[in-house]
Write a protein that binds this ligand. Structure first.
Ligand SMILES: O=C(O)C[C@H](O)C(=O)O
Length: 466
C-alpha cells in the first residue's frame, strides 16, 4: 500500500500486514491486492452478492447445527445481507486475476463480513474470518458455488427476459412484413423470393431457440458444489449442512438451486459453466447473423440494397455530412465477438482442472458473467433502438424479387431445368424480364404452358408459399 496512506496493522497466519485505515478488509485481502495488480478488474456485483448470500446462509445453518454461537451467526447474517445489497462493494478490491480457486475473494468476503459483524457485537466479542464466517466451508466449494448462483440469476433474470423481449420485437415485425416480398439470397446471389416477414420470423426463432438452449443448461448450472469443502468429501462440515445451506440460499435468492448430484464432479470440473458459455456463444452467433442481415438489407441508401430502413439514431460520420450508420447492429456485432472470445477463455479455463479442483475459477466467472450482461443489454438495445423502428421499402424489395433470374425456378415443371436456365441467362444478357423472354421464345405456342400458367408461376408472392 501507499506509504503516505493512513493504515492499521492486521494479522494473519503469515504475520503482520499494513491495511488502509478505512478498509473493512483485513490482512489476506491486502496481501492479494499487493500480489495481483493485474487487470484492475474486480468481481462482478452479482458475484459479490452470491458470495455474501452463501455466507449469510452458512452462518444461519452453522448456528442451527451448533458450529458457531447464535449471536455471532446473527451478526454475520446481518453483515452479509448488507454486503449482498451492495453497500460494501468498494471493499472488494481484489483483482480477477488472482489465486485460481478464488481463495483471495473468498477471504475478502470473510474478512469484510467479519469486520462488519464484529462491529455489531459487544467490545471483545470478535468474529473471525476463518473460524466463524468461513466455518464448515472452503473456497473450493464456496467460490464455484457463488459463480453458479450468480450465473443462474443473471441468465434467468436478465438474459432470458431480454431475449424474450427481442424475440417478441422480431415476431411483431414478422407479422407486419408478412406480405412484403423480396428476393431471397443464397451465396449472396439472387435466389427465389421470400417475404421479409419470413426472414424476421426466422430471426425470432433463432432467439427463441437460444432461450431453449439456455433453459436446457440451467439444471446443471444451478447445481452447487457447496458442502464438498476442500476436495468434495465435505471434510469439516457437519451432516446436513450442505442441503440446509443450499435450501436457504435458494429461498433467499428465489433461484432453483440444488445440491450437486456428485460432489467430485462438482468440485473437480466446471463443465456446467463451459456448457452455459457454449449456449451464450450460440446466442452470440445468432445475433451476429441477424445484425449482419439488418446491415446488408439497410445498406445504401443509394448504392446498397436499401430494402429496409433502420431508425436514424445519430450522425454517422464526423466528416461526411448527412451520413447515418447502423450503429446498434455494429455494437451488437462487437458484443458477439467479445462473447465468442469469452467463451474461448471459459473453455480453455474449464479444461484446466486437475484432480479435485479447477484453478481458473475467477476468470471463468468474469467471462461468463460479462457475456450474460453484454448479451442481455445488446438484445434489449437491438429490440428497442433498431428492430421496433424498422420500416420496409416495399417497392424496391418487390422490384428486386421480380428481377431476380431465379424467379424462373417455377418454370422447371413446364419447360425443364435446362430450358429454364437458358431463359434466365437470356433475360440477364438481354436485360429483359423472364416473362418477356418466355413469351418471345415460343414456349406458349409450343403448348409447354399457357399465359395464365406463366403469370401464376411468375407471381413472386405465390413463390413464397408454394
Ligand atoms: O481456500 C481454500 O479453502 C482451499 C484452497 O483453494 C486450496 O485448495 O488450497
Amino acid at each position: 500500500m501507499n506509504e503516505a496512506e493512513d493504515y492499521r496493522i492486521e494479522h494473519d497466519s503469515m504475520g503482520e500486514v499494513r491495511v488502509p485505515a478505512h478498509a473493512k478488509w483485513r490482512a489476506q485481502t491486502q496481501r492479494a491486492v499487493e500480489n495481483f495488480p493485474v487487470s484492475g478488474q474486480r468481481l462482478e456485483r452479482a458475484h459479490i452478492e452470491a458470495l455474501a448470500r452463501i455466507k449469510a446462509a452458512a452462518a444461519k445453518v452453522n448456528a442451527e447445527l451448533g458450529v458457531i454461537e447464535k449471536d455471532r451467526a446473527e451478526a454475520i447474517e446481518s453483515a452479509a445481507e448488507e454486503v449482498a445489497g451492495g453497500r460494501w462493494d468498494e471493499h472488494f478490491p481484489v483483482d480477477v486475476f488472482q489465486t485460481g480457486s478464488g481463495t483471495s475473494s473468498n477471504m475478502n468476503t470473510n474478512e469484510v463480513i467479519a469486520t462488519l459483524a464484529t462491529e455489531r457485537l459487544p467490545e471483545g466479542r470478535e468474529v473471525h474470518p476463518n473460524d466463524h464466517v468461513n466455518a464448515s466451508q472452503s473456497s473450493n466449494d464456496v467460490f464455484p458455488s457463488s459463480i453458479h448462483i450468480a450465473a443462474t440469476g443473471a441468465v434467468t433474470r436478465d438474459l432470458i427476459p431480454a431475449l424474450d423481449h427481442l424475440a417478441a420485437a422480431l415476431e411483431r415485425k414478422s407479422a407486419e412484413f408478412a406480405t412484403v416480398v423480396k428476393s431471397g439470397r443464397t451465396h449472396l446471389m439472387d435466389a427465389t423470393p421470400v417475404t421479409l416477414g419470413q426472414e424476421f420470423g426466422g430471426y425470432a426463432a433463432q432467439i427463441r431457440y437460444g432461450v431453449e438452449r439456455l433453459r436446457a443448461a440451467l439444471p446443471r448450472l444451478a447445481e452447487l458444489p457447496l458442502g464438498g469443502t476442500a476436495v468434495g468429501t465435505g471434510i469439516n462440515t457437519p451432516a446436513g449442512f450442505s442441503a440446509a445451506v443450499i435450501a436457504e440460499v435458494a429461498r433467499a435468492t428465489g433461484l432453483p438451486l440444488t445440491e450437486a448430484r456428485d460432489h467430485f464432479e462438482a468440485q473437480g470440473a466446471r463443465d456446467a459453466l463451459v456448457e452455459t458459455s457454449g449456449q451464450l456463444r450460440t446466442v452470440a452467433v445468432s445475433l451476429t447473423k441477424i445484425a449482419n442481415d439488418l446491415r446488408w438489407m439497410s445498406s445504401g441508401p443509394r448504392t446498397g440494397l436499401a430494402e429496409i430502413n433502420l431508425p436514424d439514431l445519430q450522425p454517422g460520420s464526423s466528416i461526411m455530412p448527412g451520413k447515418v450508420n447502423p450503429v446498434i447492429p455494429e455494437a451488437v456485432l462487437m458484443v458477439a465477438a467479445q462473447v465468442t472470445g469469452n467463451d474461448t477463455t471459459v473453455a480453455v479455463a474449464g479444461a484446466a482442472g486437475n484432480f479435485e479442483l479447477n484453478v481458473m475459477l475467477p476468470v471463468m466467472a468474469k467471462n461468463l458473467l460479462e457475456s450474460v450482461r453484454l448479451l442481455a443489454n445488446a438484445s434489449r438495445l437491438l429490440a428497442d433502438r433498431t428492430v421496433d423502428g424498422i420500416t420496409a421499402n416495399v417497392e424496391r424489395a418487390r422490384e428486386y424479387a421480380e428481377s431476380s433470374p431465379s424467379v424462373v425456378t417455377p418454370l422447371n415443371k413446364y419447360i425443364g431445368y435446362e430450358e429454364a436456365a437458358k431463359v434466365a441467362k437470356k433475360s440477364l444478357a438481354e436485360r429483359k424480364t423472364i416473362r418477356e423472354v418466355v413469351l418471345a421464345s415460343g414456349y406458349v405456342e409450343r403448348g409447354d404452358l399457357t399465359v395464365e400458367q406463366l403469370d401464376e408461376a411468375l407471381d413472386v408472392l405465390r413463390m413464397t408459399r408454394p
